[in-house]
Design a protein around this ligand. Structure first.
Ligand code: SAH
Ligand code: DHB
Ligand code: MG
Length: 226
């Protein structure tokens, strides 16, 4: 069991989830419905969903922005963590994904606190910024990896000092540290990480993860000024 193999990472994730997480019919049903509808199995794991849920609670975030809804699995965890008067706005390109997510959010009982905005996030983010609503307290960026730096810039602009930003999938099985990569997702990740490392409006770090989704990681940042 001491080998660093994907099967063992999965085994440990199963152990941790069994030990730490409650039975969760809404999450189980949402994941099953998303798979049945043909959505790709690239949603957060329940352990990572719970991590996002705890982060929202630890920061007492009330307004949460998500970029990349898919079937709404991560959205459920975010929405469960906000207070009654809170809101999750989640951005999704594909109408079909948004439809599956809407049904999953309804089944999970969080639908009233979640707004799904369909369209390219690069187009919908400026529209959301122009609404002039209260700033977002926490932003989870998990859409097309090519555009991470664009989404980070919007997250800063529609956040406030103290806003927490999480950027998913920044390690990509180690490819992020392969300077010869020409994968557009890796190149987009470099741009996003270089942005986080150099923009004075944010302070950031990144964590590598292994688990049932393999070897990946997330960057985490806080807005210091905007
Ligand atoms: N956060 C989800 C997983 C998101 S997968 C979860 O963990 O449960 C990435 C999603 O981003 C997909 O549904 C994809 O359709 C969407 N996406 C891709 N490009 C996008 C874009 N330009 N604007 C908005 N959403 C996009
Ligand atoms: C991919 C996207 C994700 O958001 C993720 O968590 C894992 C993989 C992908 O597009 O390959
Ligand atoms: Mg992801």
């Amino acid at each position: 069991m001491a080998d660093f193999t994907p099967a063992n990472w999965r085994h440990v994730d199963d152990y941790l989830a069994t030990t730490l997480l409650d039975d969760d019919p809404a999450v189980t049903a949402a994941r099953a419905a998303s798979l049945a509808a043909g959505l790709p199995p690239i949603d957060v794991t329940p352990l990572t969903g719970k991590f996002l849920n705890l982060l929202v609670r630890m920061t007492r975030a009330r307004r949460v922005l998500e970029v990349g809804t898919l079937g709404g699995h991560s959205t459920i965890w975010l929405a469960r963590a906000i207070p009654r008067d809170g809101r999750v706005v989640t951005l999704e390109l594909e109408q079909k994904h948004a439809d599956v997510a809407r049904a999953n959010l309804e089944r999970a009982g969080v639908s009233e606190q979640v707004e799904i905005v369909v369209g390219r996030a690069a187009d919908t983010l400026p529209r959301i910024a122009a609404r002039g609503d209260e700033p977002f307290d926490l932003v989870f960026i998990d859409a097309d990896k090519q555009s991470g730096s664009v989404y980070l810039d919007w997250a800063i602009r529609i956040g406030h000092p103290g806003t927490v930003i999480v950027l998913d999938n920044v390690v990509r099985a180690g490819e992020v540290a392969n300077p010869g990569s020409n994968d557009p997702m890796v190149i987009g990740t470099w741009r996003a990480l270089e942005f986080l490392g150099s923009d004075p409006r944010v302070d950031a770090t990144a964590l590598q993860t292994v688990g049932s989704k393999g070897w990946d990681g997330m960057a985490i940042a806080v807005v210091v000024e905007n």
